[in-house]
Design a protein. Sequence first.
Length: 161
Amino acid sequence: MFTLDVNIFEVNSILLTHGKGAENIGILHKQVGHINFQCLKLMKKQNLIGGLPKFGIEEVMSKVYETCQLGKQTRHPFPIQTTNISSKPLEMIHLDVWTTKIKSIGGCKYYMSFIDDHTRKVWVYFMKHKGKMFQHFLNFKTLVEKEKGVSIKCLMSDGGG
């Protein structure tokens, strides 16, 4: 999308086509983001596109562009599964370790995330080396168990090594 300053004194056209592809309505259709052909014809009628030859909707409606068809497809959202959400904090903690291509300012290349399944609260620990994982887990365990007054029941990981 582009911002259009409508306080201009005179606007002859918003879009001007010229050159080899100007006579091809299919190329223009792609250049303006696969806009539908009825809108293109309306824009032509209102002189918003300069240099565009006359075209009939019938001649362009026969063309089917794969990207247009894919863009019109919809997907239903994933169903919400409430069966595996814990009923109390710290019943299940999801753990994952991530890596980045570029080191942080502090020199960390890895980070470890803990997500409480019940509250969806997230804790993140940054690491320079993966060898610090167990120490970070112990620090996390001490912190949350003191804070909540209950023990961690289950620790869930993807087992990524």
